[in-house]
Ligand binder design. Structure first.
Ligand SMILES: C[S@@+](CC[C@H](N)C(=O)[O-])C[C@H]1O[C@@H](n2cnc3c(N)ncnc32)[C@H](O)[C@@H]1O
Length: 214
């Protein structure tokens, strides 16, 4: 017999309380999600987190601890759920920074409040604006990058555009996690010439975990 109750690696009650609050207030978008409603303008969804699920966050935390990660980034931040897991790992690794990105000002403010409530404000720098600009210069090699993207109208997805910008800034041995399985993102990380190996994990309906090997 084993105990199948999920166990969290986040031992700090202050952080766990903010994560629990975000989970409890997770809301389905009133007008449907961007794929259903016709609008892909992120400003139309300022109230919705579209956040990663706790099991994805726990994995981010654990992998970042294992890497002794000090420098990580995410596209995008939204209300800061993923940022909390990254920032917790930075703190527990003895210091580091998660560089966030978010185009909706109100969400940047909410994410900053959530980080402050968790006692993690010193471990995050959230860059407001279009991630295709704000993540262009991450200031040195990164250990881990989350690509938790957003649907666009046509052409390459944002996930594909962002991976092309950030992949050269990730160190060999670093990870990329992708939440939405965008076809052109998967094509990029599965093309051996781009230097990744990746697997699909059964989390939130399919989470791609990619390791930079060259
Ligand atoms: C799936 S959510 C991110 C959820 C977040 N990782 C979390 O766990 O809470 C995607 C976010 O991307 C933001 N976004 C959309 N287009 C963007 C862009 N070009 N640059 C930066 N952020 C963008 C949206 O406002 C939305 O908050």
């Amino acid at each position: 017999m084993y105990n199948a109750e999920p166990h969290s690696a986040i031992a700090d009650g202050r952080i766990a309380a903010v994560i629990e609050r975000l989970q409890a207030t997770r809301r389905a978008p009133v007008r449907g999600n961007p794929m259903q409603s016709g609008s892909c303008d992120p400003h139309d969804y300022a109230e919705q987190g579209f956040s990663i699920h706790p099991e994805q966050g726990e994995l981010i935390y654990l992998l970042c601890r294992g890497l002794r990660a000090k420098r990580v980034a995410e596209f995008a931040t939204s209300v800061g759920m993923s940022t909390l897991y990254f920032a917790a790992a930075m703190r527990d690794n003895g210091g580091g920074t998660v560089i966030g990105s978010e185009i909706v000002s109100a969400k940047v403010a909410t994410a900053k409040r959530n980080l402050a409530d968790a006692g993690l404000a010193d471990y995050a720098e959230i860059r407001e604006g279009d991630a295709r600009k704000t993540l262009r210069d991450l200031g040195g090699p990164l250990d881990f990058i989350l690509i938790d993207g957003w649907p666009g109208d046509k052409g390459p997805t944002l996930a594909r555009q962002v991976i092309e910008i950030v992949a050269p800034q990730l160190r060999v041995g670093g990870y990329v996690m992708n939440d939405n399985a965008e076809a052109d993102f998967l094509e990029f990380v599965r093309d051996p010439k781009n230097g990744f190996v990746s697997i699909t994990l059964p989390l939130k309906g399919g989470t791609e975990l990619c390791l930079k090997v060259a």
